[in-house]
Design a protein around this ligand. Structure first.
Ligand SMILES: [Zn+2]
Length: 355
């Protein structure tokens, strides 16, 4: 599939290429810096025999269960290793940044112990103790393929966000809204929901942005939309209403949405409406509507993994969780950002960037 063969995909392909180039540059710089400091940088820690993320470890068997092995405490361990990835916030103007997840190449040899005694350390191959002790080659392959899918879809999602928002700006700049816009707006208002109330409480900041207006000044100050509405006819006023309900939903999407968006009727309705109005959705965006749009089907094995990961997420949230402050949410449970499955149960109740 190329941009040349599918011209409507050009914006998506170009954005992805820009992101990939920027990722490579950021990762190369950080890798060089860590190599200088004597740190082993792992491409795929999950396939590094015996390695474990620090989040699954406690400093030594003498420490109580649950005692964290922090990156700082692990500074002088000969097994010190790192996995890098780029976090790309989509709800802000912040630049992408490299986040580091710390690993130990040989936890037992270096005197560490499992964080919890009921989750033994990996002996071979598997970097994730949640699946120890016995994982067949077939199970490993399932996990490997799923991990690749997560990495790829997260990148595709990141690239889709600016493209979708540029398309929304064009849609909302038209003289008239799509034919069934009034019905869509009415249904959105009738449905309500957290996304909408949050957007209104935040003075419709993203809607202003999508309409090409300045950012709202805040509580008690008139919305930048009001001067526009003073002279607006019915068509323009409809566009403003459409901007408000679309932006509310758009702002609630995140990296999690390709995995759990289909369980949220409002997200799926939103994406379906954009497509109906001509938006050239990428496969990763189709997953918001249909979780099997890319031919992927959950197997009992991955369901089992999901349960483990949910549990891990609740009880062993990594201290160096890379995305805690940038609004992104990739479902990491070991900080690598490549956890295969994430269920709605493990998703934060509300988006983390709530004002
Ligand atoms: Zn170590």
């Amino acid at each position: 599939m190329t941009a040349a063969r599918e011209p409507q995909r050009f914006a998506h392909v170009a954005q992805r290429a820009r992101n990939d180039l920027q990722d490579r540059q950021l990762l190369a710089a950080k890798t060089a810096e860590l190599a200088e400091a004597g740190v082993t940088v792992l491409d795929d820690p999950h396939t590094t025999p015996g390695a474990s993320a620090l989040t699954w470890l406690r400093p030594s068997p003498a420490d109580p269960e649950g005692a964290e092995l922090t990156a700082e405490n692990h500074m002088h361990c000969p097994g010190r290793a790192a996995h890098l990835r780029v976090s790309r916030p989509w709800n802000s103007d912040h630049e992408p940044q490299v986040t580091v997840t710390w690993w130990c190449l040989d936890p037992t040899g270096n005197g560490h112990a499992a964080l919890r005694d009921d989750r033994p350390l990996p002996q071979t191959g598997a970097g994730d103790p949640s699946t120890a002790p016995a994982e067949s080659d077939a199970e490993k392959e399932v996990r490997r393929v799923e991990r690749r899918r997560v990495i790829e879809n997260n990148k595709a999602w990141d690239a889709s966000v600016p493209v979708r928002r540029a398309w929304l700006r064009e849609l909302l700049a038209r003289k008239t809204a799509p034919k069934d816009a009034a019905r869509y707006i009415a249904a959105a208002l009738a449905t309500g929901g957290y996304e909408l109330s949050r957007a209104i409480d935040a003075h419709n900041a993203l809607a202003c942005d999508l309409l090409g207006l300045s950012a709202p000044a805040g509580h008690g100050r008139p919305s930048p939309m009001l001067p526009m509405l003073e002279t607006a006819g019915a068509a323009k006023a409809t566009q403003v209403m459409l901007a408000i309900v679309l932006a509310a939903q758009e702002d609630a999407l995140g990296r999690h949405s390709w995995r759990d968006g289909h369980t949220d009727g409002r997200a799926a309705t939103y994406m379906a409406a954009l497509k109906q109005w001509g938006y050239p959705a990428e496969p990763v965006e189709d997953l918001v509507i249909d979780p099997n749009a890319d031919g992927h089907l959950d197997t009992p094995d991955t369901d089992g993994l999901a349960d483990d990961h949910v549990d891990a997420d609740r009880t062993e949230h990594p201290v160096d969780e890379p995305d805690a402050d940038d609004g992104s949410d990739d479902g990491s449970d070991d900080g690598t950002g490549e956890t295969p499955c994430r269920t709605r149960a493990s998703r934060p109740a509300e988006p983390r960037d709530a004002p």
